[in-house]
Design a protein around this ligand. Structure first.
Ligand SMILES: [Zn+2]
Length: 254
């Protein structure tokens, strides 16, 4: 039975192939691989984002992946996605640009709160409850658009104030997301790099609320796709929390 691995930059189904030598690392074969680079975005006043391609580069991104799709059709199923934020003033314009291209799915990664041009980075440590609240609200507004296949690193928000307050807002967020039927991602890259996510409190809440969850590889380099040691470590932690990962994802066309 194939396992599913999903990433931020890939939604992946893999199949284990055991090696003949028990000392060699287990080899995995991907069956499905999804790419979801940071989406280009419309911004006012010539603002140029440092974390994303330009709007003019989107057709190239798509045609490059289409070529790979064709070239490797016999070996692997490739899907073309994007990771997008919800910035209210330009989300609609951006969505229309995305819809003009052959993009098969979007994942929500809310990297900035409010607007990228004026807001704060979601991962900056804060004790301000209003920042946490706004992050949760903005993510729910985003997901209510029915444009997203899953919710990448929901615990990117780095609230370091009271645990009770964190749990109150995050529990509400997770309940609403579950109600919408949208899976939450547990992020492998954050785990590998020792970032503040995936966080223990977040994993506890995902378990307590019984949220559908996927493991996101969030590969920023090819090596991330084959880091079985760290992935297996994270999988054991997830299992110890009592979280069952989904083995299938239905892609939602944006
Ligand atoms: Zn991200």
């Amino acid at each position: 039975m194939p396992k599913t691995r999903t990433t931020h930059h890939a939604a992946v189904r893999v199949q284990e192939a055991s090696g003949s030598n028990p000392d060699t690392p287990t080899k995995y074969e991907f069956q499905i691989l999804g790419f979801s680079d940071h989406t280009p975005y419309f911004f006012e006043n010539g603002y140029s984002s440092r974390i994303r391609m330009k709007c003019s580069q989107l057709p190239d991104y798509v045609s490059c992946l289409q070529a790979l799709k064709k070239q490797y059709a016999k070996q692997i199923e490739i899907h073309i996605g994007l990771e997008a934020e919800y910035y209210p003033s330009n989300f609609q314009n951006t969505l229309e640009m995305i819809r003009d291209q052959e993009i098969e799915y979007l994942i929500l990664g809310q990297h900035f709160i409010s607007e990228e041009t004026t807001g704060v980075y979601s991962g900056s440590p804060t004790t301000d409850e209003s920042v946490l609240k706004l992050y949760c609200k903005q993510c729910l507004d985003a997901l209510a658009s029915s444009s997203f296949t899953y919710f990448a690193h929901p615990d990117l928000i780095h609230y370091i104030g009271s645990e009770t307050i964190y749990r109150k807002h995050m529990r509400h967020l997770l309940r609403e997301v579950k109600q919408m039927g949208i899976p939450v991602e547990i992020n492998l890259l954050g785990f590998i790099e020792g970032r503040h996510y995936p966080g223990n409190s977040f994993l506890e809440l995902v378990a307590e609320e019984n949220c559908p969850a996927v493991l996101g590889i969030d590969a920023h380099m090819p090596e991330h796709l084959t880091n079985r040691v760290e992935e297996d470590r994270l999988r054991s932690i997830i299992a110890a929390y009592g979280i069952t990962l989904l083995d299938h994802l239905d892609l939602i066309k944006p």
